[in-house]
Ligand binder design. Structure first.
Ligand code: VG1
Ligand code: CO
Length: 541
């Protein structure tokens, strides 16, 4: 029998990026089966189709992969291309879907969330363009999870995923591929590997922290093997089911080992980290941290120095809470700049339509139209290529950028695991008061406008409402507030703070101090600390 009866689970609603839950929730009998069957149903079945399958190596990944293979076989899929060991970074999966003209793919990851039996797991569906399913599809999946009565799964022994090669599961071909090589080859096509080899040959030093997650094998292959960086350049390079206890979120809080190294006496020239599934990046120079919004702007301003973008950028896009630093670059370059809701799925249409070639988010996500996901190692190679082409270090590049464009001081404050009702009440209350905020004065800042962001996709006209609250102050400063769609515990409130300084004076302040007035005005308007009883944010990036 391949058909099994089942009943719906509550809450199988994909968030900003796929379905994420505690691992134990995913390990309940039928939980993965229900979600995967709902996904297959929502995309019109998988009969005759080719899928890509892989994940970030976290706990329960191989078990989930076996379930999905048996389900795809029972539903008539023609072929599933799986990364060896069920490993594929998110950008590598996106690349494989595109290169192999697959119909879609399933990525097993909770991305930047920690992994292990007591932490998080996740499942995400990507489309034939290699990008995350748009809201129309995730909504159809969710609707299907609520009415599911049966799923199809072959009764068969597990497939051997440790050896590269083809085998059969029923009539379906299972093709186990090296997870790294196609991705590394693509990087060779985009970047000036000769110049990068020269850079390392001349003694340029780097530390790449893969945080015991999926980029380790990719970074070792590309940086150490193909580019000649010293052995040991990549640290925490072995993917572990629990990420060795690390929280694989590449920001100053969670990548604190790298931060300490880069701010220390014997710091290398360049430092970088990536997240669980390899789509995020943090970059640092010796003694200098680059905020993701600034990184996006610097990459936009210098992309033409990289062979893959020598013709210039078609346009750029950023998520709404990301700083406007890249907007200034776009204006200078005379190209379009789009503002989308949070989440990479909103960039896909713009890239497919040829409107943008570079996208970024304040949450350590940067990428281009080489794939349809953000791409951590790609961003690292962008910086290395720019460094090699300009013959300058990170600090000089950043300082010159600020001198030319001014500086958008930026910070995000996260309040994690708030009671859901409390967080909702606070934001509903803010929604009710939005219109009356205009003209209000708080700590020398006057509210110029306040609204809730809604997005109309310029390509397909679809509308996404309620994508975050914006309070704009006179003079160009602003605060954005929204609830996270990737957390698995309570509600996480994200507060995004931004202030523009044109220069030449005032370009070297501490961001938290430069943003002080906005932080205080936000507290006065929203009352986060007063209402939650929290002394301050849990994570500041
Ligand atoms: C967060 C980030 C968002 C990012 C998403 C997925 O979402 O803010 O910018 O696209 O994570 O990133 P949220 O809803 O929690 O704010 V990843 O690396 O988890 O795929
Ligand atoms: Co990620």
């Amino acid at each position: 029998m391949t058909t099994h009866p089942t009943t719906p689970f509550d809450g199988q609603k994909p968030g900003t990026s796929g379905l994420r839950k505690k691992t134990a929730v995913f390990m309940q009998p039928n939980f993965v089966e229900n979600f995967v069957q709902a996904t297959f149903d929502a995309i019109g079945g998988v009969r005759g189709k080719t899928l890509v399958l892989g994940g970030d190596g976290r706990y329960f990944g191989t078990e989930a992969a076996q379930v999905i293979l048996k389900m795809a076989a029972a539903s008539g899929a023609a072929r599933v291309i799986v990364g060896q060991g069920a490993w594929l970074s998110t950008p590598a999966a996106s690349n494989l879907i595109r290169k192999r003209s697959a119909d879609g793919g399933i990525i097993l990851s909770a991305s930047h969330n920690p992994g292990g039996p007591n932490e998080d797991f996740g499942v995400k569906y990507n489309m034939a363009n290699g990008g995350p399913a748009p809201e129309s599809v995730t909504e159809a999946i969710f609707a299907r999870t609520k009415e599911i009565t049966e799923y199809a799964k072959l009764d068969a022994p597990d497939v051997n995923l440790t050896a590269i090669g083809e085998s059969h599961l029923g009539a379906m071909v299972v093709e186990v591929v090296d997870p790294v090589s196609a991705y590394a080859d693509m990087m060779e096509e985009i970047f000036d590997f000769k110049a990068l080899r020269g850079l390392f040959h001349e003694g340029f030093t780097m530390r790449m922290d893969s945080m015991c997650a999926i980029t380790g094998p990719y970074a070792v292959e590309i940086l150490e093997k193909r580019l000649g960086a010293a052995k040991g350049t990549v640290v925490h390079e072995t993917p572990l089911p629990d990420f060795g206890g690390m929280h694989p979120d590449p920001n100053p809080t969670w990548a604190h080992e790298l931060m300490a190294e880069m701010m220390g006496e014997s710091a290398p020239d360049f430092g970088a980290a990536s997240d669980g599934d390899g789509d995020r990046n943090m970059v640092l120079g010796r003694g200098v941290y680059v905020s993701p919004s600034d990184s996006l702007a610097v990459i936009a301003a210098n992309a033409h120095l990289v062979p893959g973008y020598a013709q210039g950028l078609k346009g750029v896009a950023r998520s709404m809470p990301t700083s406007a630093a890249v907007d200034r670059v776009a204006t200078a370059l005379g190209i379009d700049c789009y503002e989308t809701p949070t989440g990479w799925k909103f960039f896909g249409n713009l890239m497919d339509a040829g409107r943008v070639s570079l996208c970024g988010e304040e949450s350590f996500g940067t990428g281009s139209d080489h794939v349809r996901e953000k791409d951590g190692l790609w961003a690292v190679l962008m910086w290395l290529n720019i460094i090699a082409a300009r013959g300058q270090g990170v600090a000089e590049i950043l300082a010159e950028h600020f001198e030319r464009f001014g500086r958008n001081y930026y910070s995000r404050h996260d309040y994690e695991a708030l009671p859901v009702d409390q967080a909702n009440a606070m934001l509903n209350d803010l929604r009710d008061r939005l219109a009356s905020l205009k003209g209000a004065q708080n700590h020398s800042l006057i509210v110029e406008n306040a609204d809730e962001f809604a997005y109309t996709d310029p390509v397909d006209g679809s509308i996404s409402a309620q994508q975050g609250f914006r309070i704009l102050f006179e003079g160009g400063s602003r605060v954005v507030l929204r609830l996270s769609g990737t957390g698995t515990e309570g509600a996480t409130l994200r507060v995004y703070l931004e202030r523009y300084v044109p220069g030449p004076a005032g370009l070297n302040e501490d961001p938290q101090e430069a943003l002080g007035p906005i932080i205080r005005a936000t507290e006065e308007i929203v009352g986060i600390r007063a209402r939650t009883g929290r002394a301050g944010p849990d994570v500041i990036t």
